[in-house]
Design a protein around this ligand. Structure first.
Ligand SMILES: Cc1cc2nc3c(=O)[nH]c(=O)nc-3n(C[C@H](O)[C@H](O)[C@H](O)COP(=O)(O)OP(=O)(O)OC[C@H]3O[C@@H](n4cnc5c(N)ncnc54)[C@H](O)[C@@H]3O)c2cc1C
Length: 325
């Protein structure tokens, strides 16, 4: 069996950026992606606009041309697809990495397609979009509760509760309201998150002020039933008739997977996987982290725009090690 120089786990923007650097360096690599190409972006809300301008999302120095300064999801999907084609990146789609073990100097990677790969180096670029932060309340498992939001049309004329006040929650509240949903926001803190895009903020503030979107602050959802929800508010417990709950409470990396690899996670609530910030190498020699997974629970630390650099850092380190060995 061939031994790859690098196996890259995850075909998101940063996994692709790692593939480009490996390709440029003439290394023998393979990207393994459990879903479609740039799977997380594919699953973002259909009409979503990035908060970054398009040049900040570029990888491999390929210009990202978009109609407006901040591109839409569809433009990003097209961009990354063209980049993958341009570099003829070696990527297997719909192949999930299940286990990675190391014997001596060689990693063995086993996948959902019952295949086995051997590699000298592994890059983990699995992002954080697969695991929603759960509320752990009764009724969360009901089909009307969604942790991913796609298209506002679906919620026309429905009574929708949006949990949270992040960018995702605010976008969902505004979009569904404009498609005729009766929207109630349930927000743990006493105001809308300060991270909400500055050009969206006045819109949500004014909709709440005029009462077209109802918001309960310092409040939390305590239970969900088929036709209603229960909310704990500063004025006591209330129940509201309800059709759908959009629990957009954020996401977290697959820590279970990271732990099975033997990675050390920080002892605080952030669970940041141990890595060298210059080389991106983890506590396991020749196993690297790239992209937003590096932030652990702090999913606001890394973006495409500031983590695409990881690809160069890692491949530079691999090449320098190869030279000295
Ligand atoms: C709604 C939203 C909007 C955002 N907007 C911006 C923005 O404007 N600008 C910006 O810079 N960043 C933005 N971000 C953050 C950043 O874009 C994303 O988190 C980005 O996708 C990170 O790239 P990544 O390659 O590190 O991770 P991902 O894109 O999440 O890629 C990880 C990939 O790994 C795959 N994978 C996971 N586990 C396995 C496995 N075991 N085997 C094989 N494959 C696996 C996943 O399917 C996924 O395709 C946004 C994030 C969200 C959620």
């Amino acid at each position: 069996m061939d031994v790859f120089d690098i196996i890259i786990v995850g075909g998101g923007p940063i996994g692709l950026a790692c593939g480009i650097e490996a390709e440029k360096a003439g290394l023998n690599y393979q990207i393994l992606e459990k879903g479609c190409l740039v799977n997380s972006l594919f699953n973002y809300p259909q009409h979503m606009t990035f908060f970054s301008t398009s040049e900040k999302l570029e990888i491999g120095d390929v210009p990202f041309v978009s109609i407006n300064p901040k591109p839409k999801r569809l433009e990003a999907l097209e961009y990354y697809r063209r980049v993958q084609q341009q570099f003829k990146l070696k990527i297997n789609l719909f192949e999930e990495v299940l286990t990675i073990t190391k014997e001596g100097e060689i990693f063995t990677i086993r996948t959902s397609k019952d295949r086995e790969y051997k590699a000298e180096h592994v890059i983990i670029a699995i992002g954080f979009y697969d695991k929603p932060n759960l509320m752990h309340i009764p009724g969360e498992e009901l089909p009307k509760v969604r942790h991913y939001y796609n298209d506002p049309h679906y919620y026309a004329n429905q009574k929708v509760v949006v949990v949270g006040s992040s960018n995702s929650s605010v976008d969902a509240a505004l979009e569904t309201y404009r498609k005729g949903a009766e929207v109630t926001m349930v927000v743990r803190k006493d105001e809308i998150s300060s991270r909400v895009k500055y050009w969206v903020r006045p819109d949500i503030d004014n909709r709440i002020k005029e009462g077209s979107i109802k918001a309960y602050f310092n409040s939390c959802l305590t239970a969900i039933e088929e036709d209603k929800v229960h909310i704990n508010t500063p004025d006591g417990n209330i129940s509201l008739p309800n059709d759908f709950v959009l629990a957009l409470t954020g996401y977290q990396p697959n820590f279970e997977f990271l732990r099975t690899l033997g990675l050390h996670l920080s002892c605080d609530d952030l669970l940041i996987p141990e890595h060298n910030e210059e080389t991106m190498e983890t506590n396991i020699a020749k196993l690297y982290l790239a992209g937003v997974v590096c932030g652990g629970m702090n999913t606001h630390l890394w973006f495409i725009e500031n983590s695409r650099i990881h690809a160069k850092q890692i491949v530079t380190h691999i090449l320098s090690e190869k030279k000295t060995s």
